[in-house]
Design a protein around this ligand. Sequence first.
Ligand SMILES: Nc1ncnc2c1ncn2[C@@H]1O[C@H](COP(=O)(O)OP(=O)(O)OP(=O)(O)O)[C@@H](O)[C@H]1O
Length: 287
Amino acid sequence: MDDARPSGLPSGPPVPAYPDGSQLGRQHAGSALVISGLRKVFGAPPREKVAVDSIDLAVPAGSFFGLVGPNGAGKTTTLSMVTGLLRPDAGRVLVAGHDVWADPVGAKARMGVLPDGLRLFERLSGPELLSYLGRLRGMPADVVRQRSDELIQVLDLAEAGGRLVADYSTGMRKKITLAAAMLHSPPVLLLDEPLEAVDPVSARIIRSVLSRYTRAGGTVIFSSHVMALVQELCSHVAVMAQGRIVAAGPIDEVRGSAASLDDAFMDLVGAGEVGEGGLSWLGSSPA
Ligand SMILES: Nc1ncnc2c1ncn2[C@@H]1O[C@H](COP(=O)(O)OP(=O)(O)OP(=O)(O)O)[C@@H](O)[C@H]1O
C-alpha cells in the first residue's frame, strides 16, 4: 500500500497513464476524462430527440467535477456513454487515456461506476457482492477480502452483516455500489446522482469518502441537481442544458459575478421566476 494515501481506502494509481497515442490523447495529457464530439439521438425523424448534442469536455485529473443541469439536460445519457453502457452515435471518450469504445477493457479497468438505476445482485449480502465483483475483476481473494472489509467499515455497512442487498435501504444500496466502484482502486469514479435520495448521515459518509479519494489523487465526476452540494464539494463544474455544455471550468469561473452557483445556473439555463400573475388562485378559498 502507498503510505502517502489516507488509510481506510484501497491504494491505487492516482495519476493516469496516457497510452492513447492519438492527437486527442496527447492534447489532453493531464485529463482524467476527455469527451470529444459526443452525440446521441433517440428515436427516428420526425420524432427524434437529440439527447446529447456533440459535446466536448476535458476533466482535469484529481478534480472533483460536478455535472449539473435541469431534468432532461442529457446528464445520464452522457454518463452512460462515458461508462460504456450506451453506444454513442458519434464522438470519442478517453478515460485515463483509454478509449472507452476502442479499448473497453483498458478503460473499464480504470473507472468505477455508480450508474443510474442501481441494479445489483439482490440475493447476495454486501460482503458477498464485493467478493463476487472483485473476483470477476480478477483481483486476488485476499486483496478483495481486505479491501472489502475496509470499505464496509468506512462506509458504515458493517452492522448490516449478512443481510441481503434486496433488504438494503436506498442509502445502503448507494454505499455498497460505491464500495464496488472503488474496490479495484480506479483512478476515475463516475457517479450518477450519488447523493440523491440518501439520508443526511449516509450522505455525509459518502461525501467524506469521496473527498478522501480526491485528496489521494483520484478524480470524481458526478451528476447532481443539488447546486449547494456541488458548490461545496466540487473544484470544477460543467453545466448542461438541452444536450449541450453551456459552461465548464473551475467553479469560481463558472459562478462568475453571480452571488452563488445556483444564481449562475439559473442564468445559464434560462430558468424564470413564477410571474406575478401566475398561480394567483393558490392559497385562496377552495373551489
Ligand atoms: N432511452 C431513451 N429513449 C428516448 N429518449 C430518451 C431515452 N433516454 C433519455 N431520453 C431523453 O433524452 C433526454 C436526456 O435525458 P437524460 O436522462 O440524459 O437527462 P438528465 O439530464 O439525466 O435528466 P434527469 O436530471 O431528469 O435525470 C430527455 O429528453 C429524455 O427524455
